[in-house]
Write a protein that binds this ligand. Structure first.
Ligand SMILES: NC(=O)c1ccc[n+]([C@@H]2O[C@H](COP(=O)([O-])OP(=O)(O)OC[C@H]3O[C@@H](n4cnc5c(N)ncnc54)[C@H](O)[C@@H]3O)[C@@H](O)[C@H]2O)c1
Length: 352
């Protein structure tokens, strides 16, 4: 995995959960890393995320759509890991234009600039399993119909297509990873809109009730961030690939009830653990429920030899121990960091 030694790498969204884990691994593998992140309020940007490598990375606070702020490192980049984006499905339904701006408008500007400044460059894009909507069959392979059920899925789908279009035209060497539910150190636990895994972990750590909606029998394949980082590194270093789209999930499907029970059990202290409450879906959540989902790993295994290694129980134990040590930087972060003025103004301009 050390094909990155001495390579110049740009990580967009590198102050967030997955991007920071990736940036840390890249630095440890000898890469020269530049992070571009506009610290969007409501996303998972947190300077503490990159504390272990703070003196070894360049951080440029900029929106990916404002390429004039990072033209030099973009021109020099050997590989671009494009992880900037908003992940919240519920927030996309409350404010679709915000999601449109963050996941498509700025992505399109970014890619068009990449075409000019680093034509032919390899770009790895973080897409999502949400583009598939409610699975028609399981496990979900890359040929499954794309039929998102929320605006976030539609916008991530559009951004995926921008990447694939520019790859088909031969302008950029784009590769897309469709991620399942990712968990691990550096998740923004203070943002419940970012998904149920963070909510369960946060509640388990506080020994508060964990609420499971529906029957609790819905399947997911949570994937530890170390496995996601491994998949990005493999996909970013493979010279020629037969495919451009890969599903990335965890090693085994597991029910929501089991996920909640594991979180409660592993974070129990002095015999006290979170109770689990099973409740019917509130209407607004039911309409975004995809039922069961888990990824077919065949393509990524066959073409990249990338196999998820981290069992859920081990990964969760590692995650909980990170937050026991560093929870002050993640829990109770009620106030969001102020974004750079330029990002605020850009969004306000399109939101008018
Ligand atoms: N976490 C998951 O379970 C999951 C699942 C599927 C896909 N993904 C994708 O992976 C990527 C990273 O997700 P994450 O969980 O690390 O989220 P995160 O919220 O922790 O990190 C995203 C980062 O992107 C930054 N950002 C957003 N829009 C930006 C823009 N226009 N310009 C510059 N920076 C911008 C944010 O400030 C934040 O730091 C996202 O694109 C997301 O859609 C994540």
């Amino acid at each position: 995995m050390n094909n990155y030694h001495g390579k110049r790498v740009l990580v967009t969204g590198g102050l967030g959960f997955i991007g920071s884990n990736l940036a840390i691994r890249l630095v440890r593998n000898g890469a020269k890393v530049t992070i571009v992140d506009s610290r969007v309020p409501g996303c998972g940007a947190n300077l503490f995320n990159i504390a272990p490598v703070a003196s070894d990375v360049d951080v440029i606070e900029a929106c990916v759509g404002d390429v004039e702020k990072f033209t030099a490192p973009l021109k020099e980049a050997d590989v671009v890991f494009n992880l900037a984006g908003e992940i919240s499905h519920s927030r996309s339904m409350e404010d679709p234009e915000r999601d449109l701006y963050l996941n498509t408008v700025t992505q399109l500007r970014f890619l068009l600039a990449c075409r000019v400044h680093c034509a032919g460059a390899r770009i790895l894009y973080a897409s999502t399993r949400q583009v598939y909507g409610k699975p028609e069959y399981l496990p979900v392979d890359e040929n499954h119909r794309v039929q998102p059920i929320d605006f976030n899925g539609v916008h991530k789908c559009a951004a995926t297509q921008y990447h694939l279009l520019l790859a088909r035209r031969g302008d950029l060497d784009c590769r897309v990873l469709r991620l399942s539910n990712v968990y691990g150190p550096r998740m923004a636990l203070h943002l419940p809109q970012q998904g149920f895994l963070g909510v369960y972990i946060c509640r388990a750590l506080n020994r508060e009730p964990i609420v499971v909606y529906g029957a609790g029998t819905q399947l997911r394949d949570p994937v530890h961030v170390d496995d996601v980082v491994g998949a990005f590194l493999s996909a970013g270093s493979a010279p020629d690939l037969k495919s451009r789209v890969f599903n990335i999930g965890g090693p085994h499907p597991i029910t929501l009830r089991e996920i909640a029970a594991t979180a409660a059990r592993l974070s129990a202290r002095a015999g006290e653990q979170s109770p689990i409450h099973e409740l019917p879906f509130p209407d607004h959540l039911l309409r975004m429920d995809i039922g069961s989902y888990f990824s077919d790993p065949a393509r990524i295994e066959r073409e990249l030899g990338s196999i998820p290694q981290v069992e859920f129980e081990d990964g969760l134990r590692d995650t909980l121990s990170y937050y026991r040590k560093h929870g002050g930087h993640y829990l109770g972060l009620a106030k969001q960091p102020e974004p750079p003025a330029a990002t605020r103004l850009a969004y306000q301009a399109i939101a008018r």
